[in-house]
Design a protein around this ligand. Structure first.
Ligand SMILES: Nc1nc2c(ncn2[C@@H]2O[C@H](COP(=O)(O)OP(=O)(O)OP(=O)(O)O)[C@@H](O)[C@H]2O)c(=O)[nH]1
Ligand SMILES: [Mg+2]
Length: 684
């Protein structure tokens, strides 16, 4: 039996924009719970959660970190997350491990890019959330306006659960108190508003409340939980992570009002059958049921090597158990379980539903894997939160020849630890391209390679990975005839190419539309082979070709000289001939960029997008003299955007970009790229 059964566990994520004060708030909560005696400082690199070398160097969080505290009989896991938009993927990946997402907002900054993103994702995923307005020590005067903006932006279900005292040295609880002095608003009104909102989720309670004018605290807590689960209430707390004002009250909200794993919303698990159909699976937080745990984070530890963080959703994981991973039939032995607190690990014997534990050195485990103990749970999958697609690319190579072997293994480790960092060999450009979410993310990844693997890379901007497709229907023909002494080679192909609906350069179809045996059946695979040879290197500019349907409608063969090789060449040549007549198009990746910046810089920012061949989709004025700009821009024009944005907004702007689609390049760009291409022909 675990010393902390499920009902006494709380798992809370601290999210929000960079600099809101999350890591400092965790320190303050750890001090108030008696877990540590003195708060560390982000600037000194002495906090529990920013323990990695790169975090200390940058003085900001770059990876999620778990802090564990025991307080008043409860076990609380706080997960601190990075707030800079480049690290959004890291932050999103840990949300499934928690029952409550606290979104921290700096009172002086209000709603920023990460605030919006997290509020949107938690709403979609039906994750209970709350808002914490921090930095009230220095910005007490801004608190009322920020609360108002949060309500305007995220709805009237955003309601304070406490309010700052007149001098900001503490807060007045609105859950229990009906009177008291506060910096703004009135305790009586705010209390009333809170209770009114909560009772709305329960008709019987509402009737009782209307009749008697009050409801019991127990009934109110149950309704509060329901309101959180349904997103009918987004409570707001005020804090100063620096002075500790409001921190004991925040801890109390986490412990007494936030859902335990028994009370959280069900997680999106599904059993996938052999035919691919899915049926939802409801994990029950019951320690006696078969084990279900989910890997929400993979990281590398300099001492223990690969470390996977798991959240147990059902059943009990014990040290020494053998478990299964996804649908693998191989049982894997779990010899040690660890509780995590910053960089420290403490061995524990078992983990019941709700627990977060680390498993070391299990090579078979990967991000988003399901670990289970049931014979019939092989098809169990967790529907992961969709990750933003990394679009900021750098072509990379080893600095020293001796390091070449090390490059791929080290990069593979990095990719495994970060779902938004990828490395691919781009055949079209013959480059190895690393992709991250932005410049900072890329820089941090390169620093990590240096710190952890003593590996330095050469980098340069990658060539654009264009794609080829066609814009019209056309026909192509090739007659391949070769006489080399004895038997010759003969094959003749007529084919038609058609764009596949959508013009998105997606897909390839090959159809035999011949009649009367003009091309004997056995040569059709040879023609297809020839056509497919063109797909990788393209027909006009050396880039991959797709979005084409090929119909072979006629041809000729020779009873003696027709050979497979002849039809391969004829197919390939006829295809290139057809594509060249089919209004070929060169496509480039387009990203959607979302910028949040002071509204005074809106004009500059929108005209900058025009200079980058982009176009603005929409703009919005946000509360607090901020604006939001959404634009579509060719990826190739975004290489220097971080520094431009920084200088245009005096460091106040932030942006995220996401892949949208591929679109045709302007005719002059296409003409240039096509002109610089020479086909290497080796088959004639
Ligand atoms: N005055 C004041 N400063 C604060 C408060 N909370 C944090 N800070 C300071 O704000 C800066 C950023 O704080 P962090 O705790 O690193 O912020 P964060 O939200 O973790 O930022 P990221 O890790 O980048 O997402 C640090 O210099 C803190 O000392 C606060 O309540 N009041
Ligand atoms: Mg931080």
């Amino acid at each position: 039996m675990s010393s902390h059964p499920t009902g006494s566990i709380r798992n809370i994520a601290l999210t929000g924009h960079a600099g809101a004060g999350k890591t400092t708030l965790v320190e303050s909560l750890l001090v108030h719970s008696g877990t540590i005696t003195k708060a560390g400082r982000v600037e000194d690199g002495s906090t529990v959660c920013d323990f990695e070398a790169e975090e200390k160097a940058h003085q900001q969080s770059l990876y999620p970190a778990v802090a564990t505290m025991r307080h008043e009989g409860l076990l609380v896991h706080l997960i601190d997350t990075p707030g800079f938009p480049d690290f959004l993927g890291q932050t999103l990946s840990i949300l499934p491990a928690t029952e409550m997402v606290a979104v921290v907002v700096a009172a002086d900054k209000g709603i920023q890019t990460t605030t919006r993103r997290i509020m949107a994702v938690t709403s979609q995923r039906k994750l209970p959330r709350m808002l914490v307005i921090n930095r009230m020590d220095e910005h007490l005067g801004d608190c009322e306006a920020v609360l108002e903006r949060l309500r305007e932006t995220f709805g009237n279900e955003v309601l304070p659960i406490n309010l700052p005292s007149p001098d900001g040295s503490g807060v007045v609880d609105l859950w229990t108190a009906e009177s008291g002095e506060v910096a703004f608003s009135s305790v009586k009104d705010a209390h009333q508003q809170l209770v009114d909102q909560v009772v709305e989720v329960d008709e019987d309670l509402m009737t009782e409340y209307l009749e008697k004018g009050e409801v019991s605290p127990d009934a109110l807590r149950t309704a509060f939980q329901k309101a959180l689960r349904e997103g009918h209430l987004v409570p707001v707390c005020f804090t100063s992570a620096k002075t500790g004002a409001g921190v004991p009250e925040l801890l109390s909200v986490f412990e007494h009002l936030c859902p335990s794993p028994l009370e959280g919303n069900p997680r999106p698990f599904a059993i996938v059958a052999e035919d691919g159909s899915e049926s939802p699976y409801r994990c029950e937080p019951d320690a006696s049921k078969p084990l279900v745990a989910h890997v929400f984070k993979v990281t590398g530890d300099p001492f223990v090597g690969k470390l996977c963080l798991l959240r147990v959703h059902q059943g009990t994981l014990k040290a020494g158990d053998s478990v299964k991973i996804n649908d693998s039939s191989k049982a894997v032995r779990v010899s040690h379980l660890h509780e995590v607190h910053g960089k420290d690990h403490k061995e524990v014997h078992d983990a019941e539903p709700g627990h977060i534990v680390a498993l070391a050195k299990i090579d078979e485990l990967h991000f988003n894997d399901v670990v289970h103990g049931g014979t019939d749970l092989g098809g169990l999958r967790f529907s992961a939160i969709e990750m933003p697609r990394p679009m900021y690319g750098l072509a990379i190579g080893a600095k020293s020849r001796n390091d070449e072997a090390k490059v791929s293994t080290s990069l593979a480790k990095l990719c495994e630890e970060d779902p938004t960092f990828t490395v691919e060999r781009v055949a079209a450009t013959h480059e190895t391209v690393a992709r991250a979410m932005g410049e900072l993310h890329m820089r941090v990844a390169l620093e990590r390679l240096k710190n952890r693997f003593k590996l330095e890379l050469d980098t340069h901007p990658p060539k654009v990975a264009y794609k080829e497709t066609i814009g019209a229907v056309a026909e192509g023909h090739h007659r391949h005839k070769k006489q080399t002494g004895g038997a010759g080679q003969f094959g003749e192909v007529y084919l038609r190419v058609k764009p596949i609906e959508g013009g998105q350069a997606v897909g390839f179809e090959f159809v035999d539309a011949t009649v009367g045996g003009s091309v004997p059946r056995q040569f059709m695979p040879a023609i297809e082979k020839g056509v497919r040879q063109v797909l990788l290197d393209g027909a006009i500019a050396g880039y991959p070709l797709s979005g084409v349907r090929v119909e072979v409608y006629d041809g000729k063969h020779h009873p003696v000289d027709s050979k497979e090789v002849a039809f391969v060449t004829a197919g390939k040549r006829a295809f290139i001939d057809a594509v060249q007549k089919a209004k070929p198009l060169l496509l480039e990746p387009i990203v959607e960029v979302e910028v949040t910046a002071p509204s005074t810089s809106m004009g500059d920012l929108t005209s900058d997008f025009s200079g980058r061949r982009g176009h603005v989709l929409d703009t919005e004025i946000l509360p607090g003299d901020m604006c939001l700009i959404r634009a579509e821009v060719p990826l190739s024009e975004m290489g220097t955007y971080s520094s431009t944005l920084k200088s245009m907004t005096a460091g106040q702007g932030s942006f995220v970009m996401d892949y949208r689609r591929d679109a045709p390049t302007p005719p002059n760009v296409q003409a240039q790229v096509v002109a610089s291409f020479t086909r290497k022909d080796d088959d004639d």
